[in-house]
Write a protein of this length. Structure first.
Length: 381
């Protein structure tokens, strides 16, 4: 069916002022001088329903087994990721207007504004899928959509081992890291598996401990019986109602957490996290984007500056609040633990990472930070 004809039918149905029926669709098609058949009417009804519910034309792609990401670069390019890297697929869109219409509808269904005056949106759909959209002409080659599908069912640490991403000796160290209540950050690039690994580790926390998880967009879902998840909220279409990560971290501290978890450190809330971990809240953890474990202190320093925390104060807080960095990397289609490093204050007064385990071979290669790591996890290893 010609997209222009479907658009005309959609416009005609929108003017009815009531829910439409298949008979209304048939009447609208007749007005467009279309020769009718039951099959044609049925296919148009299906196309209209698909375009008004869920993720529209992208819904079949989201339902494919193993899909983690669906990416749309304008009307001509659509890619999916099923764990083997990005794969091009046939685009269901004829024009950029089709992509834009879907993006605007998805944003509106979540109470968010998306138009020329506010051309970007970042939100979570009702089924947990992460939505990011940016309209043309800000984006080239057209309106871009990025959908990240939440993992259906969590991974255990044993799953990481059986999949070859972690060796048994590294898994033993990670398990000891959790049971010893050592504070740590999971670092890595986009799509390296930071959130998935952190959820796996949080599932090891004893059942009698209370987890308070603070996130910008709800992604962490550890298999734990006492877990409270707080999610930030962006302003609504009127620009009101925002709840920031900083707000939530402060609220979480009043909710008697045994472990405070910051899903992703990405802004000024790092100052509140460092403060919280310096007030007797052991076992805190979170994730942060970084190219390597070596880059983590500089990354935290830059984020702390957004919260008005100077370099000296940031490193002082870091030195007493954080102990270990677990860095992940994506090697082709595999997500692996690359390095476990300790955070220690050097003679220059700044915090540096020191490699404790380099995990690119088996057994993992022990580095100068190994004695400190053993000291932190004590007899847990």
């Amino acid at each position: 069916m010609n997209p222009a004809t479907i658009d005309a039918v959609r416009t005609r149905l929108a003017g009815l002022g009531r829910p439409w029926t298949p008979s209304d669709v048939a009447a609208a098609l007749r007005e467009q001088h279309v020769v009718l058949s039951d099959t044609l009417v049925g296919s148009v009804v299906e196309a209209l329903q698909r375009g008004s519910t869920g993720a529209g034309a992208l819904e079949p792609l989201l339902r494919l087994p193993g899909v983690t990401d669906v990416l749309v670069n304008g009307p001509a390019q659509v890619f999916i990721d099923r764990g083997q890297g990005l794969e091009p697929v046939d685009s269901p869109f004829a024009t950029d207007t089709d992509v834009r219409r879907l993006a605007v509808r998805l944003a509106a269904s979540l109470g968010r504004r998306l138009d020329d005056a506010c051309p970007t949106v970042d939100a979570r759909m009702l089924d947990g899928t992460r939505l990011h959209a940016i309209l043309a002409p800000v984006a080239e080659p057209g309106t871009c959509l990025s959908l990240r599908v939440p993992r259906r069912g969590g991974m255990t640490l044993d799953d990481w081992v059986s999949g070859g991403s972690i060796t048994p000796d590294v898994a033993s160290v990670l398990s000891a890291l959790v049971s010893s209540k050592t504070t740590f950050l999971v670092s890595g690039g986009t799509g390296s598996g930071k959130t998935t690994l952190l959820a796996s580790l949080l599932s090891l926390v004893p059942d009698d401990q209370r987890l308070l998880i603070v996130e910008d967009s709800r992604e962490l879902a550890p298999d734990h019986p006492h877990c409270v998840r707080l999610e930030a909220r962006h302003p609504n279409a009127e620009g009101a109602g925002a709840i920031t990560l900083t707000d939530l971290v402060r609220q979480a501290l009043r909710m008697r957490p045994d472990r405070l978890v910051l899903g992703e450190v990405r802004g000024a809330e790092v100052t509140d996290m460092l403060t919280a971990m310096n007030t007797g809240h052991e076992g805190g953890c979170g994730t942060v984007h970084a190219n390597s474990a070596l880059d983590v202190p500089a990354r935290l320093e830059a984020l702390a500056a957004l919260g008005g925390l100077g370099r000296d104060a940031c490193h002082a807080q870091m030195a007493s609040a954080l102990s270990v960095v677990v860095h992940l990397r994506r090697d082709g289609t595999r997500r692996t633990v690359d390095q476990i490093a300790t955070l220690q204050r050097g003679e220059d007064g700044w915090v540096h990472t020191t490699a404790a385990l380099t995990c690119r071979q088996s057994p993992a290669l022990r580095g100068p930070g190994w004695p400190r790591l053993c000291e932190l996890i004590g007899g847990q290893r």
